[in-house]
Ligand binder design. Structure first.
Ligand code: NAD
Ligand code: DAU
Length: 366
């Protein structure tokens, strides 16, 4: 038995594969295009493990995907592969349309062709799980109820519109062809291996470099933060016991403003930055006014993101009620683990923040 994961060299996919193989001996085939966000080295410790197989490939390549499915005969496909960064979708939506819409369509076609050839128990047990986002539901005002699975889709960025399209395609393959699909819509993840273009790892990276911490607009936007291992356990629950054709919202019960996230990161860095980095902290302090000492003093308000969603909040009662899933990590414990991981893995950050990353930072922030 095996499962095929797409996009397993990205942030959540990497965590999911480690999590899966820590709990099971079932083989994982990881198909990833290795875009700027994909890092094969994340999983280098698994390269000699017979339970793991990496394939460089594109979910948009129907023929190659079908051939791989026929070769490995997985019992499930879990689709993490996507262009995932809202700001990049604003600068250039094309890749988002290609991967998130056309790519998901081709993936569904290949999975449908493979599934049609299966027989008996293998056909009945097969599942295709599509990983999506809370951003498809749009933006909430303060006091509005959290997103439930029946909320209207109102995507506001090219990224969320492309994910919304992919969700609709997935839904249609269930209703039209009977393909046994499951969809999850999750809130903001954080944790190890997140690319430092996203809020939390960007703030850690910039703070350690003594660079400014750019807060869009007034910093009062709210996200619901979920530690990545809790997302992984939710996906395992849905794959194992989710009802075919259904959607499950996944959230961390942690609605926090962006500025509070950044201050929390700053305060943890003050506490955790090791001795040999203290000279950096002192250097930063000496450049700041007495009222704004330390890493918090690096906070800089910058122009807002166009179409910036004000608030996301997830009602995760369905997955709790039906699949008995709940997040285990509090924000306090999860953010501490995250900051510690980045401090202990500076070489990982350094390896991926050269070249293309510098171009992105220069284009977007300067
Ligand atoms: P990521 O950007 O870190 O990783 C994406 C991975 O997909 C990379 O390894 C990349 O190489 C790969 N990829 C991109 N295009 C591909 C293609 N055409 N074929 C094969 N592989 C391709 O993303 P992430 O944060 O790990 O997100 C994973 C999934 O979860 C995405 O679908 C995203 O929309 C969704 N999601 C993310 C979050 C979050 O907070 N990060 C929250 C909710 C949902
Ligand atoms: O809600 C789920 C989504 O969460 C996922 O679908 C996306 O793939 C994932 O990237 C994430 O999207 P966000 O846009 O919410 O994440 P990001 O880390 O880019 O931004 C989080 C918040 O922080 C958002 O309100 C914008 C703000 N921000 C972000 C950056 C990079 C800043 O204020 N400054 C910044 O420099």
């Amino acid at each position: 038995m095996s499962i095929l994961v797409t996009g397993g060299c990205g942030f959540i996919g990497t965590n999911f594969i480690f999590d899966w193989l820590a709990q099971s001996d079932e083989k994982v085939i990881n198909l990833d295009l290795l875009t700027y966000a994909g890092n094969r080295l994340n999983l280098s410790t698994l390269e000699s493990d017979p339970r793991y197989q990496f394939i460089e490939g594109d979910i948009g390549d129907y023929a190659s995907l079908l051939a791989r499915l026929q070769e490995y005969r997985p019992r499930a496909v879990i689709n993490f592969a996507a262009e995932s960064h809202v700001d990049r979708s604003i600068h250039g939506p094309e890749d988002f349309i290609q991967t998130n819409i056309v790519g998901t369509f081709r993936l569904l076609e290949a999975v449908r062709a493979y599934w049609r050839q299966l027989e008996g128990d293998a056909k009945a047990a097969f599942r295709c799980l599509h990983v999506s986002t809370d951003e498809v539901y749009g933006s909430l005002e303060a006091g509005e109820p959290a997103f439930s699975e029946t909320n209207r889709y109102q995507p506001n960025s090219p990224y969320s519109a492309s994910k919304a399209s992919s969700d609709h395609l997935v839904r249609s393959y269930y209703h039209t062809y009977g393909l046994p699909v499951l969809t999850t819509n999750c809130s903001n993840n954080y944790g190890p291996y997140q690319f430092p273009e996203k809020l939390i790892p960007l703030m850690i990276h910039n703070a350690l470099a003594g660079e400014s911490l750019p807060i869009y607009g007034d910093g009062q936007q709210i996200r619901d933060w979920l530690y990545v291992s809790d997302h992984c356990s939710a996906i395992r629950s849905v794959l194992c016991a989710g009802k075919v054709g259904e959607v499950y919202n996944i959230g961390g019960l942690n609605e926090i403003t962006n500025i509070d996230i950044v201050y929390t990161v700053c305060d943890l860095l003050e506490e955790l930055v090791p001795e040999n980095m203290n000279s950096l902290a002192s250097a930063i302090n000496s450049r700041r006014s007495p009222q704004a000492r330390g890493f918090r003093g690096l906070v800089t308000y910058v122009a807002d993101r166009p179409g910036h969603d004000r608030r996301y909040a997830i009602d995760a009662s369905k997955i709790g009620r039906e699949l008995d899933w709940r997040p285990e990590e509090t924000f306090e414990s999860g953010i501490r683990k995250t900051v510690e991981w980045y401090l202990q893995n500076q070489s990982w950050v350094e390896a991926i923040t050269s070249g293309e990353y510098r171009n992105w930072i220069d284009t977007h922030y300067r």
